[in-house]
Design a protein around this ligand. Structure first.
Ligand SMILES: NC(=O)C1=CN([C@@H]2O[C@H](COP(=O)(O)OP(=O)(O)OC[C@H]3O[C@@H](n4cnc5c(N)ncnc54)[C@H](OP(=O)(O)O)[C@@H]3O)[C@@H](O)[C@H]2O)C=CC1
Ligand SMILES: CC(C)(CO)C(=O)C(=O)O
Length: 311
């Protein structure tokens, strides 16, 4: 199976690197600086599940892309997706399956509109990972999993092939027949985690240690759950129980990738992860005070970041 990974950042570098390590035919669609770094240093992963020092992988830049792929894994940030879609377009042939691993849901609409819904699978991943200043992919915790599937829940030949291709890679992969619900479950969890850790500028354990901290986390989680419910994707009790457990774990150092981005002054997916959920809740007539505050917070950060960059 010919696989193209769009972006070799934290998510693309990790999952693409692990697929490459397992012997799969992987090419990375990258921009100039990342192409040069990969050619110079290879693809390096640091992880408690085993480091990988891979020789320079095959990379392509948009201007040279003139072949199609069986599977395209999309792993850019939401605010780069419009350009990434144009850059990857030559790689999409009649039989190409596109597997996005972005957080949130809105990206499905953009991909559907450009390539047709029949090309676009559902997908989500749970892994804390970052690309450091040296271009090394750093896996920050034990979780490393992804699930994917047809959005209508069918077990098509193409998803069975993808499952086979991922079977020997060093991450947990799961062919899901409920991928849209998986994505919503992940979004409810992530928007709560991102919202509260960005608002409080602290990982979960420190928020739990603060008076009223646990209450604030659970109230935000409940707001996010109600949005999912109003949109026909209420998380099951087991999913909510898991989320509550992780989000109220005393001593936990867990934070969202959005908080890491915010703390290092990088761009954040404010509209995609928080704003879109808020909008879908508002359309359903819900009152969402904490989610609204989280959105104001990350948008104010964006405004300040933009202003400081201009001066
Ligand atoms: N990091 C995490 O722990 C998790 C992240 N996610 C989600 O995964 C998605 C990706 O996040 P993450 O990997 O952290 O982000 P990163 O910023 O680490 O990586 C994104 C990469 O995409 C590249 N890129 C952007 N546009 C293009 C383009 N047109 N062509 C080629 N490459 C491009 C960027 O390259 P360049 O260097 O050139 O800008 C960058 O290296 C997000 O939606 C995030 O929310 C989900 C679960 C966990
Ligand atoms: C759930 C979590 C924390 C890890 O997958 C995540 O998605 C993120 O940090 O963006």
């Amino acid at each position: 199976m010919k696989i193209l990974v769009v972006g070799a950042g934290a998510i693309g570098g990790y999952f693409g690197g692990r697929l490459l390590e397992s012997g799969q035919d992987v090419t990375f669609l990258v921009r100039k600086a990342r192409a040069e770094a990969l050619a110079r240093n290879g693809l390096q992963i640091r992880s408690a599940q085993g480091d990988a020092n891979l020789p320079p992988p095959r990379t392509m830049q948009a201007n040279a892309l003139n072949e199609t792929f069986d599977l395209i894994i999309v792993s850019c940030k939401a605010y780069h997706l419009t350009q990434a879609i144009e850059d990857m377009a030559p790689a999409v042939g009649n039989q190409t399956a596109i597997l996005p691993l972005l957080n949130g849901m809105q990206h499905l609409d953009l991909l559907d509109a450009r390539f047709g819904a029949e090309h676009v699978l559902g997908g989500q991943c749970v892994i804390p990972v970052t690309l450091d200043a040296e271009g090394v992919v750093r896996h920050l915790g034990p979780a490393a999993g992804l699930s994917f599937g047809e959005r209508d829940g069918s077990r098509s030949q193409r998803v069975e092939h993808i499952a086979q291709a991922m079977a020997n890679a060093r991450f947990d992969s799961r062919l899901s027949t409920t991928i849209l619900q998986d994505m919503w479950d992940k979004w409810v969890f992530l928007a709560s985690l991102a919202g509260i850790t960005c608002l409080m500028r602290a990982p979960i354990g420190d928020i739990v240690a603060a008076p009223g901290g646990e209450r604030a986390i659970l109230d935000l989680l409940e707001e996010c759950r109600r949005v999912a419910e109003a949109n026909g994707h209420a998380p099951k009790d087991a999913a909510m129980q898991r989320s509550r457990g992780m989000l109220t774990d005393a001593g936990s150092t867990m934070s969202a990738s959005m908080m890491r981005d915010l703390e290092q002054g990088s761009a954040v997916e404010a509209d995609h992860v928080i704003g879109d959920l808020l909008t879908r809740g508002k359309v359903a007539g819900l009152e969402l005070p904490i989610l609204r505050l989280a959105y104001v917070h990350v948008k104010a950060y964006e405004a300040r970041r933009g202003r400081e960059a201009r001066t």
